[in-house]
Each structure stands twice: as C-alpha cells, then as structure tokens.
Design a binder for this molecule. Structure first.
Ligand code: ZN
Ligand code: ZN
Length: 355
C-alpha cells in the first residue's frame, strides 16, 4: 500500500525535476507512510524514502512505517540535511502550502547549497482519487454517523437545548467507534439556521421550526460530513417551499455527478435551480468539497474549481438557502464519482418529512 503511494509521489520528483521531496503535512505523511502520530516528516528520493520523527515515536514508527527507513532525531533540520547530503540532493521540493516562513528559513539554513523548490498542492493531490480501502473507511464512518443521528432524531423536540442535542449525538458516535467529530456539530434552529455555519448554541429548539443539523465523525483517519434539515412539529408554508427548492437543487446536482464534469459546472447545476426559483442571493457558498482524511479537501464543487472530476473522487453536494431572521435549509450528501456516474455514500433520506 504505502510503497504504491510513495511510488506515485516519485512521479512528482520526475515532473518537477527534483531529486528529493520533503513531505511535512502530517496528513500527507500518514497517507504515504501509515504513521498516525503527530511528529513526522518524509524525505522521498528517486530510490529511497526516509521517515524522520523524535524519540516519543520511535516504537510507534517502527510498527507503523511501511516503505521507508526510520530516523529518530534530536535536531530535525540537522537530520534532514545529513540525509539529503548522503543522497546527493541538489534540488529539494517541499510543500509550499504547508510550511511556515520560519520552517522555510531553518530548512534553508540547514540545507546550504541545496536549491529549495516550493510545490503547490501536488502532494495533497495524491489523495484526490480514493482507493477501495479508503472508500470502505468512508462508508464505515458514515455508517457510524448515521446510526448516531437516527438515535438523536428523537431528541430534536421543542424545548431541547441545541448544544445538548449536539453533545448527545457526538457521544453516540464515539460509542459506535468514532474517535471524535470532524468539526463542531451544527445544530441551528429557527433563525439561527440562516447562519450557514452557526455551531450549536445554548438556545432552545422551538415548535414549528426547522433545525439545520450538520455533523461528521472521524474513524480510522477518515471523516464523514452530512447535513439534514429537520422540521419540528407542524411546519409548512414558506419553509416547505424553500426546502423543496433546495432538495430539487441537490438532486439535480447529484444526478449530474460523473467523471469529466468540472467543479464549476456541478456548482452551476444546483445554483441554477435556486436562481430560477428567485433565491440565488440566499445561496452564498460553494456547492461542495472533497472529504477524506481531511474534512475539507480537494476536489471542490465551486465556481472557482475548473478541473474535471474523476472516478474515485468524493465530493459533497450541499446547496442551501438562508433567509436572514427567518430560517435556513441545507441538505448535504457525500457523493463518490464512479466510472459510470456516481454512488451516494451517505444514505439518509432527505425528502421533506414535515406535517
Ligand atoms: Zn457539512
Ligand atoms: Zn460539507
């Protein structure tokens, strides 16, 4: 597994004419090496790979690292420099999006005479297309998050405190095997639902309101992300009308998912439904994002993402309409792009269930 992934990373060396690649983003390090700790750096050469960590992780690294030799350091930059010299590295690529100014300075000081080449997102892009193990991990974490949500549904009643509902759901996820949440759970009722990222508050859920519920779990290094908008008690009228528009926008966009469509085109499918209904200005965010080892990663379904989606990529489809002072509606699913179209990974039924 890791050998295959490190092999793909070596393509970056070739493409960018490098003789070394330094991977510092800890999630990319985990993806490439299997290491789950918090201090780890990978140096990938044309024929070798070296993993650097400190003494806290010597044993763990020995057990987890595949496809790279392990070096335990006291002085990180010194250790990297020593190895780079041994490998006769002349031009070293590093993750330009991931390092701090001070890291870059220290690296330059230690690696005198070696040209440092900042890369854009090439290393993270290795994680764009998920393999079967990753898809299985995503399905497993989604299952946990959905089971927890089903238990939580009966807590979404008039008088319930948003934050208590959120914590109940988070604990249910942990009981089912998650190690935590992907982000602060959003339980936003009534007018608070019009804040697209209003986290759960001390406020109480009222009768005849919509509750926007956006949550995710982390398990085995993979995240889930889903949004339901739940009607409490008798809700109809404008709320139902807006819900149906969002649902239609979401369905159209899901059905448009296939290899070759760009993120921009996908965004426009949903946006057009909402604009045609007259609510375009109340849908202010992009349609969706990739989910995997990070809760927000590539690809994107947004007007700014001009690349084509490919089989194996996972993207959320999450249109919303937010009416300030009134309420909000958002529906979100995780969609896997397949060779022939798409597979909906999240399974909760999002049809209107108000009375
Ligand atoms: Zn979400
Ligand atoms: Zn999302």
């Amino acid at each position: 597994m890791s050998k295959e992934r490190i092999g793909r990373a070596r393509q970056i060396l070739k493409d960018a004419k490098l003789d070394g690649l330094l991977v510092t983003n800890i999630i990319n390090v985990r993806y490439l090496s299997g290491f789950t700790g918090t201090e780890g750096t990978l140096l990938i050469g044309p024929r070798s790979a070296t993993f650097f960590t400190d003494s806290r992780y010597t044993i763990q690294a020995g057990e987890q690292i595949e496809g790279a030799s392990v070096v335990t350091f006291n002085d990180k930059f010194g250790a990297i420099a020593k190895k780079a010299a041994k490998l006769n590295v002349k031009k070293l690529g590093f993750e330009g999006d991931e390092v701090t100014v001070n890291f870059r300075k220290s690296l330059g000081r230690a690696l005198k005479g070696i040209k440092l080449a900042p890369l854009a997102g090439q290393v993270s892009d290795l994680r764009l297309n998920k393999d079967l193990d990753e898809i299985a991990a995503l399905k497993a974490v989604i299952e946990v998050s959905e089971k927890a949500f089903k238990k939580t549904l009966r807590k979404i009643v008039p008088g319930a405190v948003e934050i208590e509902v959120a914590r109940f759901m988070e604990i249910e996820q942990i009981k089912l095997g998650a190690i935590g949440t992907s982000f602060d759970t959003i339980v936003a009722s009534g007018p608070r639902g019009a804040l697209p990222h209003g986290v759960a508050s001390n406020g109480k859920i009222k009768d005849k309101e919509l509750v926007v519920f956006d949550w995710g779990a982390i398990m085995n290094g993979y995240n889930s992300d889903q949004t339901m908008t739940v009607p409490v008690g008798k809700v109809g009228g404008l709320a139902k009308k807006i819900y149906e528009i969002v649902y239609e926008a979401q369905q159209r966009a899901i059905e448009a998912c296939k290899p070759g469509i760009t993120g921009k085109e996908l965004d426009l499918v949903a946006r057009k439904v909402i604009e045609d209904a007259g609510y375009g200005k109340y849908f202010g965010h992009g349609l969706g994002h990739g989910v995997g080892m990070e809760i927000h990663e590539g690809p994107r379904a947004s007007r700014l993402y001009l690349r084509k989606l490919e089989a194996g990529q996972v993207v959320t489809i999450e249109p919303g309409i937010y009416l300030p002072g009134k309420f909000g509606v958002r529906l979100e699913d995780m969609i896997l792009i397949t060779e022939t179209g798409y597979e909906r990974l999240t399974t909760l039924d999002k049809r209107w269930k108000g009375r």
